[in-house]
Write a protein that binds this ligand. Structure first.
Ligand code: NAD
Length: 308
């Protein structure tokens, strides 16, 4: 059997921050598989300083040279409506949005200035919100959309010197979780990726052998699959590097009902005395929705009632 090639003919993909690194790899792969691509990039440095049209223009040229279709957009993701308008003006629709643009302003937590905090939130979290909010109604009308948010292991686990970045990156997972719920009935899917890759952002941070091995081109296939019409996943969080792909999920211990009746209150000492059981992951479950997590809590109340 010949595996059917995944194509995006007739579809329009916006990739933010596509002038280099990961975004460039996504844009090139979308372009090579039939999508019309809006290559957005503000063209500043890693800290978000400066601005240039060169980065986006270069990638548009690469896509065209390879026989694809692309236009450049140089707006900041904070002006999300302008980026979406570029797609509508040139191609008349938006099927795919990859929120990828990003900057770093690393400082140890107490040294993080207001500017370090605000700029990082503005580009990552507010930027992804602005572009997604502009694209969502277009996708809703089409009854089709695929959206990617870009998180990071720094958000999932924390990382020294990245309080601002960690907060924004895990904020994006929360945003994605709700967009995926609200998008479901319109066939709008939203997933989050946490990539690791050798780009200018990780130069000098990743050990040289991993920097070379974790090419952005290995992250692109995951993004393309999640954005394909055949992919049914939504609300997921995926980790990837160097050709390895995996999915995260939540795990909660079974927990302990520390009351014996509805009349009983709980003291801190009771929590302390049950701590081993409260934190015991040998008995756990994996809630896949807020409803499932709440049902577990309600179940614990009901068990207490019937035992009492
Ligand atoms: P990169 O610096 O090569 O790419 C980021 C791009 O975003 C740059 O081209 C930059 O000009 C653009 N950009 C910055 N601010 C912008 C704005 N306001 N509007 C539009 N464009 C803007 O770095 P990268 O590693 O390719 O990062 C891509 C994304 O992946 C980022 O969101 C980053 O946080 C995330 N990420 C990367 C890694 C990694 O290992 N490289 C790990 C986790 C998450």
């Amino acid at each position: 059997m010949v595996a059917q090639l995944l194509t995006y003919n007739g579809q329009v993909a916006i990739v933010t921050g596509a002038g280099g690194g990961l975004g460039r790899a996504y844009a090139l792969m979308f372009g090579s598989r039939g999508a019309k691509v809006v290559v957005n990039d503000l063209g500043g440095d890693t800290k978000g300083q400066g601005q240039s049209s060169r980065a986006a223009d270069k990638v548009v040229e690469e896509i065209r040279q390879a026989g694809g279709i692309a236009v450049a957009n140089y707006d900041s993701v904070e002006d999300g409506d302008k980026i979406v308008q570029t797609a509508l003006d040139n191609f008349g629709r938006v099927d795919i949005l990859v929120n990828n643009a990003g900057i770093l302003r690393d400082k140890s937590f107490p040294r993080t200035s207001d500017t370090d905090w605000d700029l990082v939130q503005r580009v990552h979290l507010r930027g992804s919100f602005m572009v997604t909010r502009a694209a969502f109604p277009v996708m809703k009308k089409q009854k089709f959309g695929r959206i990617i948010m870009t998180a990071s292991t720094s958000g999932i686990f924390g990382n020294f010197g990245q309080a601002n970045y960690s907060a924004a990156k895990l904020g994006l997972l929360g945003l994605s979780n709700t967009v995926s719920i609200e998008g479901q009935k319109y066939n709008i899917h939203c997933n989050t990726i946490a990539p690791v890759s050798g780009t200018r952002m990780t130069e000098g941070i990743l050990p040289p052998d991993l920097f070379d091995e974790f090419k952005p081109e290995f992250v692109a296939p995951l993004v393309l699959w999640l954005c394909h019409e055949d992919c049914e996943d939504t609300g997921g969080l995926f980790l990837t590097a160097g050709g390895w792909y995996g999915k995260f999920r939540w795990e909660c211990t079974n927990g302990v009902m520390c009351r014996k009746s509805r009349e009983e209150m709980v003291t801190p000492e009771v929590v302390r005395d049950h701590w081993d059981m409260i934190t015991d992951f040998s008995h756990s479950y994996n809630p896949e929705s807020g409803q499932e997590a709440t049902a577990h809590l309600v179940g614990a109340l009901q068990e207490m009632d019937s035992a009492g």
